[in-house]
Design a protein around this ligand. Structure first.
Ligand code: F6R
Length: 401
């Protein structure tokens, strides 16, 4: 049921904070978090002995994915196969797995992996990401990988497989013994929204679990990240409420637009790709996502006053860089839309419009920066009177290769 929303997609955009809360409780010890918020609760339970022992001083045990150590033992490489939006979530995952856990990570389109398989590497974890658990390309790639590894003589090459899915009971769940459930409930809109955020959250948990076991992050750093993740749902709730009507109004400006460019860097490059995909899928507007620094190597030739440029500019390591890339676009008369905190004077100067996001750590920002892009795609498509939930030529699960 749409529960008063005009489309399932909008309802599912609004459900994201709830999904993230469910995941946070499932992936990270809720008891520990309660104690950090209200230490007296912990005190009391220790005195009465009515609860399990209070949280340990270090982080082991805070991440509760319950994955066996055998997946992680001597890990040298991770490869991820996925399609579409799930592939974008995997790109965010790659950033986290490399930067936090220090494991070289390679992302493959499932449809390419099967026919150009990379040479087998030892001690490699293969992760399949698919919200439906039924995508034929992804299943075929994973099956092939499992088979070729099983027939290898050396134990170091044997399959180690992990699935990230919203449907543990799916074909993926039957193929792969270990699953991270994304807990997003049924998604009806063909364009993935809440399942994307949920996949990204699953990667935060996985990267922290790995960083913990490999000791690439200190216990305090892990605890601090978990606390900051816990702060996101209310911020995202407010963000959706604040931006929904504003973006609905803004959408009128793009009635005649036929091309869009989305720019991001670092951990927000995949979000630029995702923003472009959402817009293409449901509004049928041509859109491309680029790493902002790559624009000057060609795509900048496309720019003129008719092509809006959406730039994700999150305070942190790449903030100034993205702003200067946005300046380059502005010099070509592009209409500039910033996904950025609104309090920055510098940003106010550069952007024609600001889709304001709260300031959060750069490493956690994809979960907030994707929201205005989902709303932008939604409102432009809805305004054009298109079938937002059932776009032409697309199906919710693609069961042909
Ligand atoms: C995007 C979209 C598709 C899917 C892709 C993979 O909004 O819906 O790009 O992401 O077909 O689907 P799953 O995740 O079910 O494997």
């Amino acid at each position: 049921e749409k529960q008063g929303f005009r489309h399932f997609m909008l309802k599912e955009i609004y459900e994201q904070p709830t999904v993230l809360r469910t995941q946070l409780d499932a992936y990270f010890d809720p008891e520990w978090y309660l104690q950090t918020q209200n230490p007296t609760v912990g005190e009391r339970s220790r005195i009465t002995g009515s609860n399990p022992p209070s949280a340990p001083a270090s982080s082991p045990g805070l991440v509760q994915l319950n994955l066996p150590q055998s997946l992680y033992e001597n890990l040298e490489q991770i490869q991820i196969v996925a399609c579409g939006t799930s592939w974008h979530a995997a790109l965010v995952g790659k950033h986290l797995l490399e930067q936090w856990a220090g494991v070289p990570t390679f992302i493959q389109y499932a449809s390419e992996f099967r026919y150009s398989p990379p040479p087998l590497t030892a001690n490699t974890l293969t992760i399949g990401v698919t919200q439906s658990g039924e995508t034929a390309d992804t299943l075929a790639a994973l099956e092939m990988e499992q088979e070729r590894r099983k027939s290898h003589h050396s134990p170091a090459y044997q399959p180690r497989m992990l699935g990230i899915t919203n449907r543990p009971e799916s074909s993926l769940g039957r193929l792969i013994p270990y699953i991270i459930n994304t807990h997003a409930n049924l998604e009806v809109g063909v364009a993935a929204t809440k399942t994307f955020s949920a996949q990204v959250m699953a990667f935060y948990a996985l990267a922290l679990d790995l960083a913990d076991r490999r000791k690439t992050l200190k216990a305090e750093a892990i605890e601090s990240i978990i606390k900051k993740l816990r702060e996101l749902p209310p911020l995202i709730e407010r963000l959706i409420e604040e931006q929904d009507d504003y973006i609905g109004e803004l959408a009128h400006q793009f009635n005649e637009t036929s091309d869009f460019i989305f720019l991001g860097r670092g951990i927000n490059f995949p979000i630029a790709l995702e923003g472009a995909l959402k817009l293409k899928e449901i509004s049928y507007i041509h859109a491309e996502g680029y790493p902002a620094g790559e624009m000057k190597h060609g795509p900048i030739a496309l720019l003129d006053a008719k092509v809006p440029v959406v730039a994700i500019a999150v305070p942190g390591l790449l903030y100034e860089k993205v702003l200067s890339n946005a300046q380059e676009a502005k010099a070509r008369d592009a209409r500039l839309i910033g996904v950025t905190p609104k309090d920055s004077l510098e940003a106010q100067d550069i952007f024609n419009e600001i889709l304001a996001i709260p300031t959060v750590d750069e490493s956690l920002s994809p979960l907030v920066s994707v929201i205005p892009l989902q709303l932008l795609a939604y409102h432009i498509a809805a305004l054009r009177g298109l079938d937002v939930d059932q776009p032409r030529n697309l199906a919710k699960s693609v069961t042909v290769e």
